[in-house]
Design a protein around this ligand. Structure first.
Ligand SMILES: [Zn+2]
Length: 414
């Protein structure tokens, strides 16, 4: 056992302990607030809905904890217990070229991981979501989605993997800069292509039809110089009764998508307010900022890998004897979450700041009261807890909890 093994185990152990501690706090906090709807929501959220949100949240975080423990065990089996080395030996025995061996090796790891995740995924959909009345997915649709995802993943992932491994083998010690460039171009391409070519394979998107609503929305968009393919309504109700709205795409393919479940839930005024929030993300350049942050993190990560790839202790410390480019790549992908977990509060913080900025923008464009009532329905329909533990929330929440978000809106604009 070398020093790096010790470091890895300490970091993995610490991240599990911290997450365990946060989950316990979260559950206790929710339980102790279960009996009463927070004052600001009196009359807006019935006690029944508050109970449901508490129970649903607890069920989700508990199963998340089980997944974390199982995932960590698998990680140890892959690395220290020699799983990766065993699989690598098998691929090498086939006598293929280095790049083909690496591609087959990495794809087979993803396949095995997907199969191992399947029971949990079934449990999440058909047990948790089902028992709280959110699941609309049939077993048939579940299987079709799985097959589609596999085919698309293979079609896109295989050439990308071949290219990355080829670059690693043929472009000298600065390979990581070229891989970074490839990754960045690929991500931007996918952001552009996803809404137009991939999302429609899973969902139906129709342009918003209602004439009155459409005019109001188009006014809002032109007022803000937003050129897009417009507003789309997605049949989210085929899979789940959760509602949402999101901003997607790049360049000419950018669009705002409303779930049909949300459209049914909200008034025109509220829809306009939610749209203004999404537009706020665009106006405040949040997508560009997110790409910059992510791009920098990836560049640092790959530079680090550029160094690690030549250090035998990196492989040996993680249960691998045979050194190779593809092994370095997969080790890095598997192991880095144990180290980067502690950056999560920072990323969650940035994301929550962006949500506040989106809300500020929306409040300047539409009636603040409409955004507030829309948020209340959104949180109620999705059974999001109104009383998360503050520390848990700081770590995990990409969106501010409802009470904080609404208080923020009220303090600024009421
Ligand atoms: Zn937002």
């Amino acid at each position: 056992m070398n020093l790096f093994t010790t470091l890895f185990l300490i970091s993995l152990g610490a991240s599990i302990i911290v997450q365990w501690f946060l989950v316990q706090r979260h559950i206790n906090h929710i339980r102790s607030n279960r009996q009463q709807v927070p004052e600001a929501f009196n009359g807006k959220i019935p006690l029944e809905a508050h109970h449901k949100a508490a129970d649903y949240t607890q069920a989700k975080v508990k199963s998340g904890m089980v997944e974390l423990i199982i995932g960590s065990l698998f990680l140890l089996i892959w690395t220290l217990a020699g799983g990766l080395q065993l699989l690598d030996n098998w691929w090498r025995s086939l006598g293929l070229s280095e790049i083909l061996t690496g591609t087959g090796f990495i794809l087979s790891i993803f396949a095995i991981m997907a199969i191992l995740d399947l029971p949990m995924s079934i449990y999440r959909t058909f047990k948790i979501e089902q028992s709280f009345g959110f699941n609309k997915m049939t077993p048939k649709l579940f299987i079709t989605d799985l097959l589609k995802n596999t085919v698309i993943g293979l079609l896109i992932g295989t050439p990308l993997l071949l290219l990355v491994l080829w670059i690693m083998e043929n472009s000298g010690s600065y390979w990581w800069i070229y891989v970074w460039g490839t990754w960045l171009s690929f991500s931007l391409f996918m952001m552009w292509a996803y809404p137009a070519f991939i999302a429609p394979l899973f969902n139906k998107f129709r342009p918003l039809e209602n004439a009155e609503l459409k005019t109001r929305i188009e006014n809002l968009l032109t007022r803000n110089g937003f050129k897009s393919q417009g507003i789309f309504v997605m049949d989210g109700s085929t899979r789940s009764s959760h509602g949402n709205a999101y901003f997607t795409g790049l360049g000419a393919n950018k669009r705002i998508v409303f779930f049909d479940t949300l459209i049914e839930e909200l008034s025109y005024d509220e829809i306009e307010a939610v749209l203004a929030h999404e537009l706020g993300h665009f106006k405040c350049n949040h997508i560009r900022k997110r790409i910059s942050v992510l791009g920098s993190v990836f560049l640092i990560g790959l530079a680090l890998l550029g160094w690690l790839i030549n250090e035998p202790w990196f492989y040996n410390g993680l249960g691998v004897e045979q050194v190779s480019n593809y092994m370095a790549l997969i080790l890095f992908v598997m192991v880095s979450p144990a180290f980067t977990f502690f950056l999560q509060p920072l990323f969650s913080f940035i994301s929550r700041q962006h949500e506040f900025e989106g809300d500020d923008f929306a409040a300047g464009q539409a009636q603040t009261e409409n955004l507030i009532t829309a948020l209340v329905s959104l949180y109620r329909e999705n059974a999001n807890t109104l009383t998360p533990d503050p520390l848990y929330s700081a770590f995990h929440d990409s969106h501010p909890p409802a009470p904080i978000r609404i208080a923020h809106l009220k303090s600024k604009f009421a």
